[in-house]
Design a protein around this ligand. Structure first.
Ligand code: NAD
Length: 481
């Protein structure tokens, strides 16, 4: 078991409080490490270190292409340690090992993508009049705070930190208290790079302490928050008091819309993967199946067959479905399953699974709930488990209405061979990403990602995310001889 430390101003540190938080393996409940319980004072130290680094000549003088090289060097380190990191992510989050590999590969790609982009963000010149040169530059915004959820730690830290450093900012990460392990490895790699002290900082601790202190700190210039709607609102309110912009990547209740004319094998594969990935503990999980009425019976029968074949077990055993993060999350999912027994119909799964030798983990059968009232909590709220709710539609407009009937708008899937229906829906669905005859596009590092409605605002991923971490300066120069 490891007693890990925070990283502030280029030094490894314990919390000033001296207190520690246990980190557990979700697959069996065993404690695998402890992290410092960071306080307001620790956060203050980290933000001050990041401010000092941001204002230092040492950081200012690092050229954009050199920042790119630093990010590429992190990608190299991630790649060199791919096996170790994938296992660590699987151990820490409970996700199947192949998912751990997919997450590490995505992290590598973020560092490569933003490493390559670091010297390609260009400005404009604006024609005003003869003798006046007007130009627009994008400057770094300052100290950027990155508050991260527990479900995809290495991916989510990498996606925003790489973009923030590419554009010349300094960084304070607040990792998730339940899953800090790969974030710690990443911190080691940053330490080994020999960056100016304070460019990269990592504080650990509870959200209501360290997270709240970071989002409300007056020395922070931008907050990237990924997590639940409720916390996102608190973070946005805290940042608003300092007139600081936030990027909010929040939850979802994403629909997969299945038409009778779909390619059935491709659709089954996509629909199953969209809900079982990370045991359904995914912001963009395809948690609502909207299926054309005439097609429902046959499709659901095949879906049930697939669900019955899925294997469940500890992350490192690399089954199809791993455990739920912890008892609290497990109880939440089971509450929804109990609700389904009262007001809908469970047509597959619905029970806890005990795994021999891993009795301390919380496992749930992949579950399908049919006959759900679209206004029910089952249809409206993020369940965050391997639980799919089913709805039927007769017409394309009915499908559209159902798709848009929640407060969320993160992702949607449309499965049809009819190009008219596909484009019609893609243009009218309230979601930041629409996938036609696929779901997720293999992670899509290059594609803007973020929510409509309560799924958040601002976009991560792709070139567009670089704008989160820059501010625009217009310079007008009058000249003449
Ligand atoms: P959460 O909101 O409980 O916590 C997220 C982070 O915020 C954690 O680091 C936590 O410590 C911190 N935090 C908690 N309270 C805080 C406060 N008052 N002030 C500042 N920080 C605080 O979310 P979670 O349970 O870790 O993650 C699951 C949620 O994240 C789901 O809703 C999921 O959909 C969402 N999510 C969204 C995306 C996306 O990119 N859109 C990706 C992954 C997860």
């Amino acid at each position: 078991m490891k007693n890990l430390q925070m990283y502030i101003g280029g030094e490894w540190k314990d919390s000033l409080s001296g207190q520690r938080i246990d980190v557990k393996n979700p697959s069996n409940g065993e404690v695998i490490a402890t992290i410092p319980r960071g306080t307001k004072e620790d956060v203050d130290e980290a933000v001050q270190a990041a401010q000092k680094a941001f204002r230092s000549e040492a950081w200012r003088k690092v050229k954009p292409h050199e920042r790119g090289d630093l990010l590429q060097a992190i990608a190299d380190k991630l790649e060199a340690n791919r096996d170790e990191l994938a296992k660590l992510e699987s151990l820490d989050v409970g996700k199947p090992l192949k998912q751990g590999y997919a997450d590490v590969d995505a992290a590598i790609r973020y560092f490569r993508f933003y490493g390559g982009a670091a010297d390609k963000l260009m400005g404009d010149t604006i024609p005003i009049e003869d003798g006046l040169l007007d130009f627009v530059v994008r400057e770094p915004i300052g100290v950027t705070a990155h508050i991260v959820p527990w479900n995809y730690p290495i991916q989510i830290i990498s996606r925003s930190v790489a973009a923030a450093i590419a554009t010349g900012n300094t960084v304070v990460v607040k990792s998730a208290e339940d899953t800090p392990m790969t974030a710690m490895k990443l911190t080691e790699y940053f330490d080994e790079l020999g960056l100016p002290k304070g460019v990269f900082n990592h504080v650990t601790g509870y959200g209501y302490e360290a997270g709240a202190a970071l989002s409300s700190h007056p020395g922070v210039n931008h907050v990237t928050f990924t997590g639940s709607v409720q916390t996102g609102i608190a973070v946005a309110q805290a940042a608003a008091a300092n007139v600081v912009p936030v990027t909010l990547e929040l939850g979802g209740k994403s629909p997969n819309i299945v038409f009778a004319d779909c390619d059935i094998e491709q659709t089954l594969e996509g629909v199953v993967r969209a809900i079982i990935q990370n045991a359904g503990q995914t912001c963009s999980a395809g948690s609502r199946l909207l299926v054309e009425a005439s097609f429902k019976e046959g499709f659901l029968a095949k879906l049930k067959e697939r669900f019955a074949q899925l294997t469940i077990g500890p992350g490192l055993e690399d089954k199809d479905i791993g455990p739920i993060l912890n008892e609290k999350q497990f109880r939440r999912v089971m509450e929804f399953i109990e609700l389904a027994k009262e007001e809908a119909e469970i047509v597959a799964g619905g029970k806890q699974v005990t795994i021999e030798g891993s009795e301390g983990g919380f496992y749930i059968e992949p579950t399908i709930i049919d006959n759900v009232n679209p206004e029910s909590r089952l249809a409206q709220e993020e369940i965050f488990g391997p639980v799919m709710t089913v709805f039927t539609f007769e017409t394309t407009d009915e499908a559209l209405e159902l798709a848009n009937s929640t407060e969320y708008g993160l992702v949607a899937g449309v499965w049809t061979k009819n190009i008219d229906k596909a484009h019609y829906l893609a243009s009218r669905i309230d979601a930041g990403q629409v996938f036609v005859n696929n779901y997720g596009a293999g992670g899509g590092i290059q594609m803007p990602f973020g929510g409509y409605k309560k799924s958040g605002f601002g976009r991560e991923k792709g070139f567009i995310a670089l704008y989160n971490y820059t501010q625009v300066k217009n310079v007008a120069v009058k000249y003449g001889i």
